[in-house]
Design a protein around this ligand. Sequence first.
Ligand SMILES: C[S@@+](CC[C@H](N)C(=O)[O-])C[C@H]1O[C@@H](n2cnc3c(N)ncnc32)[C@H](O)[C@@H]1O
Length: 212
Amino acid sequence: MGSKRHSQRVSEVVIRTRADGARELRVNGVFVMDDVETSSERRLAELVLERGARDVLVGGLGLGFTTRRLLEDTDVRRVLVAELHPAVVESSDIEDPRAEVVVGDVRTVLAEQPDASFDAVLLDVDNGPDFLVHDANAGLYEPTGVADAVRVLRPGGTLAVWSMADSPALRDALAEHLEDVQAEAVPVRLQRRDEAYWVLTGRRSPGDIVRA
Ligand SMILES: C[S@@+](CC[C@H](N)C(=O)[O-])C[C@H]1O[C@@H](n2cnc3c(N)ncnc32)[C@H](O)[C@@H]1O
């Protein structure tokens, strides 16, 4: 897996194995995720694989479940991952020539990409607009942030956003720039309770004209 350092912030990132055997990621003491229930992270990838995505930009490496699910598909050509924290990248075991991880903010990485260069953009950098771990991520869920992701989508391409809860505001932001906006509840089992996480999607109009 290729990797380059893009920018640095001082944060305490801890990836540890808990007493129950689960791997856990924490940033500045805040729980981000573990590897116990990862169906929604993998579903994020599956939603765009079902639509035939071949070139995919992923915001947020985390423990790598979304990225590995993409790479399981032999039709996938390229996965570019933007991950804020170098320690998260350093702890990753993903080895695949189709995958490149850039250490940096996904907004910066998006801004560097040419217009219409991906079939899908997957954002799983935070818990969704209403439960932010990083306040600086708020803009990603707003219409301007959505527009930045849409710019790099090919016509017909999909933006998919992981969220802890459904969000009417995020649906509206997606609908400002995309067609066919949907929110899918992904059933998850959390501490012996049945709950749901969400993946919100929208498609760039297949008729959009991209200027060369
Ligand atoms: C919930 S985890 C992603 C989980 C991932 N989908 C998986 O399958 O393991 C969120 C990740 O996004 C990273 N992150 C947070 N804000 C970011 C940003 N603005 N740009 C890039 N990565 C970011 C965090 O450091 C963390 O690794």
